[in-house]
Design a protein around this ligand. Sequence first.
Ligand SMILES: [Zn+2]
Length: 124
Amino acid sequence: MDARRLRHFRKMLLQEVKRHAQLVSEDQAAAIDAAGDGAKESADLSLRDVIEEIALKLGDQESQMVADIEQALMRIREGSYGICARCGRPIDERRLEAMPTARYDAVCQTAIEEAKGNSAHRSL
Ligand SMILES: [Zn+2]
C-alpha cells in the first residue's frame, strides 16, 4: 500500500480513537490530536501511551475496540498494515474502508469465524 493510502487509513483510525477518547475526557481527545500529528517514531510511542490510558478508562467492549485501533496503528508503523495476518495476501481496500482495524481478508475472516462458531459462541 502506498504512503498516501496509509496516511488516509491512519487518519481514519485516529478519528475513531478520538471518538472513544471523547467519552473519557476532552483532554484525552486533545492528547490524541497532539500525539497523532507527529510523523516521528517518538510521536507514535506517545500516541500509544495516550491510547492505553484511554483504554483503561473505558468499559470492556470499548476498551477492546481501542486496543484493536492501537494495534492497527502499530501495523501501519511496522509496514504490515493491510496484509492479511493469516494468508499474507493484501486485504481489499474497500474492506479496510469499512473496517480499518481489519487484520484478515474476507476469506480468512470467514474461515476463522466458522472455526470459532463450531467451538464456542462468537467473541464479538
Ligand atoms: Zn487471508
